[in-house]
Design a protein around this ligand. Structure first.
Ligand code: G4F
Length: 336
């Protein structure tokens, strides 16, 4: 039997790397779209998928170029397409609203248009985000909660979500959106607060830093583990009918709690190291996010199982392993 073909944009990112692993395990032929510069510098730019490179089919393409996406889709003829690539750092979207909106909205539109023309029976997944809820009107947030984005990133995701719904309704594409709440792992980018904290703790333990500068400690997020969240993406595309799903743990924690736990993992008190720095505050903050994953649980049979405390520990331990002397790690009582 022919293998099913999957195409992933953003395959070199945190989610893309876990999804590629999952699909290879399921015996898919896995294709990825990456920037040409990444193909020329795989050691740095493809580090998260280095261990998979022999099993993947990578294609040069860019979210900014319709012809490049059109060509890849036409050539690969995927059965499933997972659109994960985006400018995804909210802070950056305040610095350059234009490029965030342009890249994220056009990229999604280009891909949907290419699929409609070249592979209309391909199933499509759009990476929506809890940032679409922004200043949320209800707690917890579900598929029916009104969107009130607070950044151009959030706005670009609402536009992508609506484009996905429109291609489903107007052109009959099997197109689904996951409204994913924050999801982290040791593969998270260093600019996001969880990884900034876990790597900061490791550097402090190693004696490479004396403090960790953070912004708003009171913001609350629903943090799950990325490895589990990519399973929900796959499940969405296995359903007979396309639909939209909240993917979340249903628990919320503050940045302060994350920092407190992360420092505690190595026996330190965060109050001795965390310095509040106004530069890391956002012009418009999203104060509280917590998802209601009931629909994903009943329809997809998906549930988050990795607990917040275990996620924090895994991230801190992984970063300590990267920078600390083994004797120091033993002294800190880490289970490594
Ligand atoms: O880790 P963050 O940068 O993630 P944010 O903004 O919640 O967005 C992430 O999750 C979304 C899903 O809801 C994704 F769509 C998005 O692509 C991204 O993956 O910030 C989390 C919170 C914010 O409230 C921020 O103000 O942490 C607060 N924070 C406090 N100090 C900080 C810092 N955030 C960062 N990045 N750096 C700080 O020093």
């Amino acid at each position: 039997m022919q293998k099913r073909k999957a195409l992933i944009t953003g395959i070199s990112g945190q989610d893309g790397s876990y999804l590629a692993e999952l699909l290879l395990e399921k015996d898919y032929e896995v294709h990825g779209v990456v920037r040409r510069v990444a193909l020329e510098d795989p050691a740095h730019r493809l580090s998260r998928i280095r261990h998979l490179l022999d099993d993947l089919h990578l294609h040069a393409g860019s979210l900014e170029s319709f012809p490049s996406l059109f060509q890849v889709v036409g050539k690969v003829q995927p059965d499933e397409c997972y659109h994960l690539a985006a400018q995804s750092f909210v802070t950056y979207s305040f610095e350059d609203e234009f490029s965030t909106l342009q890249t994220n909205i056009n990229g999604t539109h280009f891909l949907l248009a290419a699929l409609k023309e070249c592979a209309p029976s391909c199933r499509f997944y759009f990476a929506g985000s809890s940032e679409m809820f922004g200043r949320a009107e209800e707690v917890p947030q579900s598929e029916s909660t009104r969107f009130h984005p607070r950044s151009s990133y959030g706005i670009s995701k609402v536009a992508g979500f609506e484009l996905t719904r429109n291609y489903r309704e107007a052109y009959g594409l099997h197109a689904s959106s996951g409204i994913l709440f924050n999801h982290e792992s040791p593969r998270r980018g260093y600019e996001f607060v969880t990884r900034k904290i876990s790597s900061g703790v490791a550097r402090i333990l190693a004696g490479e830093a004396g403090e960790l500068r953070l912004g708003n400690l009171e913001a609350r997020r629903d943090w799950g583990h990325a490895k589990e969240y990519v399973e929900a993406m796959w499940l969405m595309l296995q359903q007979d009918e396309p639909d939209d799903y909240v993917v979340a743990t249903g628990e919320t924690h503050s940045v302060r709690e994350f920092a407190e736990l992360a420092f505690r993992v190595v026996g330190l008190d965060y109050r001795d190291y965390v310095v509040i720095d106004e530069r890391f505050y956002r012009p418009a903050e999203v104060d509280l996010l917590v998802g209601n994953p009931a629909k994903a649980e009943t329809r997809l049979g998906w549930r988050a199982t990795i607990r917040f405390e275990d996620l924090v520990r895994e991230m801190v331990e992984a970063d300590c392993r990267g920078v600390c002397d083994p004797a120091l790690i033993r002294r800190a009582g880490l289970g490594l």
